[in-house]
Design a protein around this ligand. Structure first.
Ligand SMILES: *[C@@H]1O[C@H](CO)[C@@H](O)[C@H](O)[C@H]1NC(C)=O
Ligand SMILES: *[C@@H]1O[C@H](CO)[C@@H](O)[C@H](O)[C@H]1NC(C)=O
Ligand SMILES: [Cu+2]
Length: 303
């Protein structure tokens, strides 16, 4: 009986090994175990919000996109505290199989009573770090997810020293682009930031999940095996403009410039942060839109 159970368990783990998520954190050198999706929920204590399965989310507008399924507070939910503003927070993934795609980190501020009462699906998130295509072409280049794998399946984000002190959810996400539709892997943890600054995110830097991404976002629809991917050297990371991108502590991600492209309605040209470009994209004239050059299907632009 025991042998059978052990064998079944090992087969099961093998079956889910192609996916996963953030399984642990370290914050300023202190290590925190994550939630264990395949263990009983009973008695589990973690700073991480519970999640149920290693499977990816395949819909950019899924109700579970904020903190995975179900992302509700655990019965014995913990919060990492204090986390000094400016701290380095590392997320550790299981042995990660998907080396094509971005890695993105968000924060969401909770009330002063803490995050445990907060429904992640209605929380407002801002992006504190993002990395996508680091070099080369979409088809064969180096992606942030590959760098994460190379770095012990881990990704380190610095809490901006400018964010106001308080309770936050921190959301690490990688999006795998090796198959279509794109695969979303978000997990969240609760932290309390101390010694922060006074730069609140602006309204255009805040999104909800679902809401922050669209199925039609170029960073979601991208075909890494298509003809355009052979020469394309840019990737539009989905989501809002980076927090503090005009003066925060995180240096802005280097942007690569592309030649102006004219887009016809209902297409608009987006910049590298997914916002409509204010110039170079007349809505009432121009040739057929070149989707591979960064045009998006949303005539109203982001938001
Ligand atoms: C690599 O990651 C594991 C967690 O998956 C962690 O326990 C270990 O300390 C890390 N190794 C280094 C050298 O950071
Ligand atoms: C579309 O844009 C891509 C990237 O800028 C470019 O390589 C390609 O030649 C363009 N295609 C057309 C038909 O203009
Ligand atoms: Cu997978």
């Amino acid at each position: 009986m025991l042998l059978t159970a052990a064998l079944a368990a090992s087969l099961y783990v093998g079956g889910v090994a192609a996916h996963g998520g953030v399984i642990a954190y370290s914050i300023d050198g202190k290590y925190y175990d994550g939630w264990k999706p395949y263990n009983s929920a009973s008695g589990q204590t973690s700073i991480q919000r519970p999640w149920a399965t290693f499977d990816p989310i395949l819909d950019a507008t899924s109700s579970t996109l904020a903190c995975n399924n179900d992302g509700l507070p655990g019965p014995l939910q913990l919060t990492a505290s204090p986390v000094a503003a400016g701290s380095k927070v590392t997320g550790y993934w299981n042995t990660w199989p998907h080396d094509t795609g971005p890695v993105i980190t968000y924060l969401s501020q909770c009330p002063s009573s803490g995050c445990t009462s907060v429904n992640a699906q209605t929380a407002k998130w801002f992006k504190i770090q993002e990395a996508g295509l680091l070099g080369g072409t979409v088809e064969k280049g180096n992606w942030a997810a590959g760098a994460m794998i190379a770095n012990n399946n881990s990704w380190t984000t610095t809490i901006p020293s400018t964010v106001p002190s308080g309770h936050y959810l921190i959301r690490f996400e990688t999006i795998a682009l090796h198959s279509m539709p794109a695969q979303f892997y978000p997990e969240c943890a609760q932290i309390e930031i101390t010694g922060g600054g006074s730069l609140a995110p602006s309204a255009d830097q805040l999104v909800t999940f679902p809401g922050g991404y669209k199925a039609s976002d170029p960073g979601v629809t991208i075909d890494i095996y298509g003809q355009a991917a052979k020469t394309q050297t840019t990737y539009v990371i989905p989501g809002p403009r980076l927090y503090g991108s005009s003066g925060g502590s995180n240096p802005p991600t280097p942007t690569t410039t592309t030649a102006p492209v004219l887009c016809t309605p209902p297409y608009v040209l987006q910049d590298s942060t997914g916002h409509p470009k204010s110039t170079g994209c007349p809505l009432d004239s121009g040739p057929t839109c070149n989707l591979s050059a960064g045009c998006s299907l949303d005539s109203t632009g982001f938001d």
